[in-house]
Structures are given as structure tokens and as C-alpha cells.
Design a binder for this molecule. Sequence first.
Ligand code: SF4
Length: 866
Amino acid sequence: MAVSVTINGTKTTAEQGMTVLEAAQANGIYIPTLCHHPKLTPVGACRLCIVEIDKMRGFSTACTVPVSDGMVVRTETEALQNMRREILSLILSEHPYTCLVCERRSDCDDFQTTVRKAAVTTGCQYCPDNGQCDLPKLVDYLKLREIPYPISYRGLPVEQDDPFFDRDYNLCVLCGRCVRVCQDIRHAGVLAFTYRGSQAIVGTAFGRSHLEADCQFCGACVDVCPTGALADKRGKWEGVPTSTVLSVCPYCSVGCTVNVQVKDGRVIRTVGRDDGPTNDGQLCVRGRFCVVDVVHSLTRLKTPLVRRNGRLVEVSWDEALQAIVQGLDQYRGDQFAAIGSAAATNEESYVLQKFARVVMHSNNVALAAGLPKHENAEELVDTLRTISGPLIPDIRKAACILAIGTNVFQSHPIIGVEIRHALSKGARLITVDTCETNMAKESTVWLQPKIGTDHILLAGMIKALAKERRTPELAKLDLAEVASTTGVKEDAIVSAANMLAQHAPAIIIYGSGVTHYPTGPNVIKAIRSLAFVAGNVGVIGVQGEGNFVGANDMGVHPTLLPGYRSVPTTRARKDFETRWEASLSATPGRTCEDILAGIRQGEIKALWLAGEVPPLKDLANLAFLVVQDIVSTDNLQHAHVVLPATTFAEMDGTLTNLEGRVQRVRQAIPPVGVSRPGWMIHRDVADLMGAGHWNYSSAADVMAEIVSLVPAYRGVKYETLDVNGVVRRFEPAVKAQFVPFGLERMPQLVSDEFPFTLITERNLCYYHGACLTEQVKGMNLVKNEETLQLNSSDATRLGISDGTVVKVASPYGNAECVVQTSSAVPEGAAFTSINRVTGSPLFPTFAPTTKACAVRIGERSRRGEV
Ligand code: SF4
């Protein structure tokens, strides 16, 4: 409802509920602020936004007072301006101010006049926020020419011991934005005001480093700081960007919207977009601080390489493409395979699978980190096709959230922020996890089922709720038996079930801890059934990699064409044959695991690794290997041709996030070296191999073809795709219903020889293969040591203490790990980060498609003994 307000003599309207500040801003009236930030709860602390309001005593802060009908406000009286000048003078008396009030400020860049006037080495030229600071605008608005107080320079040492940002509290104006964003938006509670009065300062409890204070390095504090007090280490002295490009973070399936800041043809920074539909301005450490190091990595591949006389030598693109044509020509058919990356754009993924199918006549095209090949694995793929909501921002509105098989606080921090928003408003959180993760610790209820019994636990919850007997198995199900099988007490099962059913709206969030177990298909069905029985609860699947959904939509799958059309189905094949003017193989292709097995057995002779693929074993067996990547990896050792690929910052394209939202990636800088996007590379090789000219001159052209073949993408048009993207939906939509599921237990993993179950999960720092940790210096500082977490009593029994290096053996191989004892891991289990096992000999393939394997924890070893 609109109310009538008079501001500075002009009658206007404002929405009820708006503050005076918002009403003024909506009417183009400037009111100075410092502590205010549109995303933060107003506190009226700096008092610069004081206004005069008729019938109100004194001076009210515009950021805290709501408008009311008939309100009369004055924002710029002489009394107000004088008071503001005094307030700002006092604030600046503890901030180096010469740079702000100097009459030569505008030509300081040329003559450094201002800097030379300063008593201490401060001033714009020495401030990381030079050109971006909020203070000059305030000083100019208030016409502050002189500050009647001496500078009280605090002389605090600049804190530079944290991995991603530096803190110079000599520049802090105590506005408290960083404290509030850390507390109210991120719910992290790392920052607070410490001390009081003239000693007041922002910091961590007990003066610990951010690392010790469990900071997640999301950078939200840096982004809201109005001065140079907080500055990211990497882009600190880069100054004002010359251009800013709207794009999407590719490092996980949340798909956070970012502004890529560019200067001199280089990415200098990425910051969250306030209007981002999935992230509401927030990012995690990966999107905020890792992009620059990855894009401008010293190990970036910049030119094509071809192996000659055993050595990789630089060649032109023409020579590299000709070498590929010669190398691949003899291996058309099932001897060829392509492994794609979920970091690739939809356009790259689409052209990759088309190349494999049309040019190489092979359906051996799979994702490096695809879904596991379990019995009934199609149930898992179907969860991608049938994504239908809720959306990420709906999580904060939930009254109850059940999280199973995922620790999003670590793996998908923005989903974690949404959950914490819901918790701050009183929502219940039920966490189902074998380990006591930080999410489990913050839960209302933590259910700790034995490994591989999730679906039985969910069946127990359904049983506790369902009036009717849904299936014969459920009718027979005895809750006491569920309790003994899962290890979760009967009353905990019943109370969790009731909690989910009684607090609407509710959402179930699941992740790879569900999908990557042999029981995955049954757990998925159990989740759908529980969601239905509990009363139309929303379900969100949290896939790991950035464009995992999009890559599957595009047909980077051995048995599925774009749009989830089945390869063995004649009708589907015919449709694509007609459009692609080619005949397609009806033989289903190999999954990534099977491709690797085929390489070992000599059945796959030629392989194309397209995109960011972690190091693989057995590549030496190949007759011909093409590696297309952004950085140099161990995979190059066996490559015959190496192709430099562009990162997301250097190309146009789209990514599809876990909501099914298709978002634009926009080229921000020229390609590094002569790197090219994947779609262009495959188009050119296809042309040389006689496929006829694939008529794409841009990523938009590729998308136009995708749209013509995949109706769910029909709304995706480059020219109209704005910050919100387009949410794709496949028809028919999945119905909320009870889905019968089996209650078979997972086959026993452990044995006398391998008595421990090794559980893996993604974490905040180890992500995207080894790429981030290898390229980003800060990540290496954070990760400290890759550890194997072991229950304290197991460790005692084995005579192992914290920091011991142990040999770990699985049926597939050995590795060495540093032990960290923990009560968070149950007895008989061990836990490690998924990136610790990426490429590890402990699992049968380089990217484990199962989240658990049996291991033996052996005797202590010296480093490098394994
Ligand atoms: Fe990027 Fe995911 Fe982090 Fe968002 S949550 S910034 S998409 S890695």
C-alpha cells in the first residue's frame, strides 16, 4: 500500500514499510550514509542519515524510521548539515583524512601533492580502495574542507597473515558493516567489535587469525567495507576496474551471479551481484577469491602442442588440428571415447557429444565426474531431467529442512547461507549424516544412520507418518527393526518425521552422499515418497560440479542424446540423424569408469579429454590422446596433442545450475594466449574430418541449434537472457507421489582384510578436481594438510595419534594420509575430502563414483614410503 510523504517540500508517495531513507532514494533524494547497506538490517549507528521529521522530537535516523501517511521530512537543513559535518569530522579524526579534504585531491595522481602533505604514509595513493572508497562522496556532499581535530592515527600493524584478504584497521571507520554481514547475512559470527570506547576495533574473538576463527573466507566483509580497511590480497592494488562483465561462477552447481571486474585485459576481481537470483550478492571463497588465480594461472596452456620425437612442441592451431585428424581417423567407432567436464558450458558440451556421435560414430562420451553406474542408475539421471523446484531462495522461507547425504555448509556454501537464514527465523533442520559434520552440529535433530541404510531410515519416517499401507514391504516394516538396522532410535525417527510433516513449507535437500552409493536409486525414491507423504515437501538435489545438470541436458552421456532422448530408441536416433544429417550408432556407449576399463584392456585406442579433467591413470595404454584443458596437468605426459582451452572468463556460453536455471557466461577478457572455446575446437576438427561445415560462428549459434532440438531450452535466447537467466523445465513434469522402493541393504563393504569404511565428501577448499587447490595460493594455505579423520577410539586401538602418517590400503591400491582423530567420525569409519581421493589409488577410478570403500589403516609410515 502506498502512503503519502512530503520530502523537502515535495509531496510524493512511498510504499508502506519503506524507511524514510528508502523513500528518499526512491525519489532520487540523496541522504548521506556510512553504516547503511541495503542488504543489512539498519542500525542507525553512524548517524549521518539524520533527518528532521515533523511531530518527532530531535533528529531521527532515516535508515531506521519507517514512513507513515502524511509524514513531512526535511533532509538538508542547515542544522542537519552542520551536525553531519561534525559527525563526519569526528569519524575522520581517526582515519587518515588528508587525502579526503586536500584541495589538490583531483590532481594528486599526477603530482602526489596530497600524499606529501600527510604526516604518515597514508592517503589515496597508499589506499587499496583508492577510487572506490565511500568517504570522498560524503566529504564532497558536506563540503568538508577542514577537520578541526588532529589525526589520531592508530598505528596498528596491517594484518596480512590470512590467505585471501588483508586488514588495515587504521582505515576502519567502525561502521560495523563487516560485523553485521558476518553475523546477519553469513551467520558465521567470526567478526565482532572487540574492546569499547576509543579502543574499539573490529576483530575475531581473542585476536585469533581468521583461519583459527574458522572463517570461511567468503569475502562478504571485504565487499561491504566502505573504506580500504579490508582488501582482497590478490586485487588489492589493481584499483578501479575499467569494465565489469556480468557472468556466472562455474565452480559449483549453485551458479552464483558475479561481476567480473577487468583492467588492462585481465580479470582483477570477481564480486557477487546484488541482484543475483541464486546468491543475493553473496559468494563463497571459490567464486570470490579463486577466479583470478585460475584464469591467470602460471600453468595456463597458451598454445597448441604436438608430440614430436617424444616431446611436446609448440605448433600452430592448423598443425594441431591436422595432427588430430590424422590421429583420430583410424579409430572411428567404439575404439574412440571422449571424457567431458562438468565445468564446460552447455555449448561446449553439446558440440563435444555431437562430435563423438556424428564424426567418430561413437556413443563413448561421458562426464569425468558423472553419476555412478549402479543398477537402476536411470533413476538418478531422471532426477536431473525432472528438476522442478523449489528454487534456491525458497530455502530461506522453509520452516523445516531435511538435509541428507550432503554437507552444503562446506560443499555449496550459498545453499548453506540459505539454510542459516531459515534457521535464524526459527526453522528446524534435520540432518541425516553418518558423520557429525558442522551442519549436523547446527541441526535441531541429527540422525546418524549406519552407512548404506538411509533408505531404510526414510522408510521408517514414512511408516511413522503414513496412515495407509503404501507397499507390502512398508506394511510389514517394524520401526523397532528400522531402529536396529539403521542405529537410529525409534523415537528419533518418529519425531523427525513429525517435525517434517508439521512444519510447512518444508524442503528436503540431498547430495552425492545419497546418489553416489549403490543404494542411491532407492534413496531417491524414498525421498520422493517421504516428500509426498509428509505433505508436498519440496525436493532439491545438490549436484557437485558447476554445469553438471547442463552437461547431462546436452547429452554428455553414453546412453542419452541431448534432452534425455535414449540412444537405443530408434525414434530418438532418427530425429537426431535427420537434424544432424548423419547416421548414429545404436550401440550404447561407455561410462567414464568403463572407458577407463576399456583403456586398460586395450579396447579404447583414442581418447579426447575435453575440459578440466583430473589426472587419469592408464593413459599410457592409448594409441592417441588429445588433451584439451586450461592448465597443464599430469594428463599431458601421455598426450599426443594438447589444446589450450579458454576459461569461463574468456568466452560466451551458458551454464545450467541445480535449479535448472540457464544463465549466461559472458566473455570478459580476450582469450589467454591463443586458447579457444571447446565448441570451436570440435567444430573445426569436425569440418576437417568431413562432417560438412557446422554452421556455428558463435556460442549463440550453437545455442540456437540446441533450442531447436531440446524444447526445454526454448526460452534461452542470448539477446534476451538477463541476470535471472531462464529456468528450463522438461515435460512432462514429475508428479508428487508415493514411489515404491526396495529395502535391500547395501552389500557389506568391510572385511577382515579391509575393516574400515572410508567415507568421502566434498569440502570448501578442495573442489573441482585439484584445479583450485593447485592454482590458488590461498587455498593451499587454508588446506594446511590433507587429513584422514579417524574416530579417537579406533585411533587409540591402533596406537595412532594426531599427525601420524599412515598407510591406507584398499582393494585397489595404497595411499598415505595424515591422521586427525575426531569424534565426528563413527567407529569403524574413516573420512577424507573427496579431492584427497581424486586420482587416489584407493578407488577403482580416478573420480570415485561411490562415496565409500573398504580400507585397511596400516602401520605408521614415513612420508613417501607408500
Ligand atoms: Fe561459485 Fe558455488 Fe561458491 Fe557460488 S557457491 S561462488 S557458484 S563455488
